[in-house]
Design a binder for this molecule. Structure first.
Ligand code: BDR
Ligand code: CA
Length: 329
């Protein structure tokens, strides 16, 4: 590939998670279409333990047809006993893991995710795009070990935070930031051009049963299509009385929003702002704050998505998932 190639070279930092799995499969489709390179996955603790997110990442890579991509094992923190298995299943994948082939990567032998980030970013300064769809523990650990390392990324895109809407884990906080707010603060202070897709936009991304059915209908014999449909059913079942989805039966594909920005940027609108993280509040831990009063006068550290064209977003997501399935059969 030419040195001037514009194809993003991606490290996906992920804690699968139902919505992480949709994002990872979407990304694998884009890789197979020649639109992205997947350099590595850095698994993280969050939705479930680091062991489980590592195994899920490995299984989903095999399912999508990219089993050779390296997977790092997540950095364990004091926060690591909190999880979201009540939403994503005990295994983080809708309790469907045993229906898939065993992981091909070995947790004990794997490099730590922070070491993997440091090694790849140092080897390819300015080239790697980090897509961070988990608590920011791995990125912060890398920055602590090698100060300035995150500035070597070409771009960092984060799913996290809630600015003009309630949180999803407390009334003030979104899960990824709430899980490890100190890590989020370190990452937010690492550079001035972070890209953030928060609950303000991801709450509009409701994946429905009809969408899953259209994927199955496009290829009824596909194991992958059936898996996606089963995972969708599980996630719809754990969605909290559809309060988050405006009463629509579906679940939110939060993490996929990051890829929407990267590959279909016409689907979103943005503001530039200084984002700060509440790390000490008694009731507000993990809150993400911006001062709306005069955005232009603040030393901004991030672009924040404010609007998403959900119809165009889902058109692209569904087409790409169907393409991945058709490329496998
Ligand atoms: C985020 O929290 C996790 O449960 C999801 O995978 C997503 O990354 C949404 O708040
Ligand atoms: Ca996630």
């Amino acid at each position: 590939m030419s040195a001037f190639s514009n194809i993003p070279k991606i490290i996906l930092d992920t804690d699968p998670g139902g919505d992480d799995i949709f994002a990872l499969l979407w990304l694998q489709s884009l890789v197979k279409q020649g639109l992205a390179e997947l350099i590595a996955i850095t698994a993280a603790g969050g939705n479930v333990s680091t062991e489980k997110t590592f195994s899920s990442a490995s299984r989903i890579l095999s399912l999508g047809g990219l089993p050779d991509v390296e997977v790092g094992r997540g950095v364990v923190t004091a926060h690591s006993s909190n999880d979201a298995s009540h939403i994503h299943g005990n295994d983080g994948m809708g309790n469907l893991s045993l229906q898939l082939p065993a992981p091909v990567h070995n947790y004990e032998m794997a490099r730590r995710s922070d070491d993997l980030l440091i090694e790849r970013l140092s080897a390819m300064p300015g080239e790697i795009t980090i897509v961070a769809i988990a608590p920011l523990t791995n990125l912060a650990a890398a920055e602590k070990k090698a100060p300035g390392i995150l500035r070597k990324a070409r771009e960092i895109i984060i799913m996290g935070g809630a600015f003009h809407c309630p949180g999803n884990i407390t009334s003030h906080a979104e899960f990824n930031v709430w899980f490890d707010p100190e890590a989020a603060e370190i990452v937010l202070n690492s550079r001035c051009d972070l890209v953030i897709t928060s609950l303000d936009v991801t709450r509009r991304l409701i994946f429905t049963r009809e969408m899953a059915q259209s994927i199955v209908q496009s290829n009824p014999d596909s194991e992958l299509a059936q898996f996606l449909s089963n995972l969708c059913e599980f996630m719809i079942g754990t969605a909290l009385e559809y309060r988050e989805t405006n009463g629509i039966s579906g679940f939110l594909v939060h993490d996929a929003a990051t890829l929407g920005y990267l590959f279909y940027p016409e689907t979103m609108m943005w503001i530039r702002a200084r984002v700060q993280i509440e790390t000490r509040g008694e009731w507000t831990q993990g809150q993400t704050l911006i001062d709306d009063r005069n955005l232009a006068k603040q030393p901004a550290n991030a672009w924040i998505a404010t609007e998403v064209d959900a119809a165009r977003f889902f058109t692209s997501l569904l087409e790409d998932l169907k393409r991945l399935i058709s490329m496998q059969t």
